[in-house]
Write a protein that binds this ligand. Sequence first.
Ligand code: 5GP
Length: 193
Amino acid sequence: MTSDSKRGALVVISGPSGAGKTSICNELLRRIPNSRWSVSVTTRPRRGTEVDGQAYHFISAAEFERLRAAGELLESAEYLGNLYGTPRRPVEEALARGEVVIMEIDVQGGAQVAQKMPDSIRVFVLPPTMETLKARLAGRHTETAALQAKRLAEADGEIAFARSSGHYPYFITNDILEDSVNEVLRIIREKTG
Ligand code: 5GP
């Protein structure tokens, strides 16, 4: 076995809030045997159903700044007034073990990962229509109406940035979850051989 065959893969999933990124990531984690979720740090308040350490590590702004200053974050961004970042070490260690790391980050973070890790597989998830996006955001009942509106207002800019930046070689339209998951699996296979 060559050392190359043990190399892992970094899969970056981005897209507007409500596009269905989390559902896609959960299915990828279920279906790819040696995959792991990159647990981000965030200063966003924890939602009722969220468990600290699972989707996110919920930390203070001071702790976030400490991590960023110490070079412990692979990338970081501010989204609607909250800070989000990817702890660097767990990603590097998992990749060194040959695992497939899956992360869900915004487009600013995606741009940073594209520069630092050009071999990463970056996929942007689009909603079938903006109406669908609105309906999905409203249907999940995790944000207030005001916050849903803010997230929706971000969507156009995120999509425009993803298209113009060139950092996302792959765009998928998430209409039927099963099809989207199969498409991302096909992309990963294509890229990792
Ligand atoms: P949410 O508050 O809905 O969990 O996430 C808001 C946005 O932040 C989403 O676009 C999500 O992909 C993004 N996000 C989550 N974790 C990270 C991270 O570690 N880094 C960056 N740059 N964005 C993140």
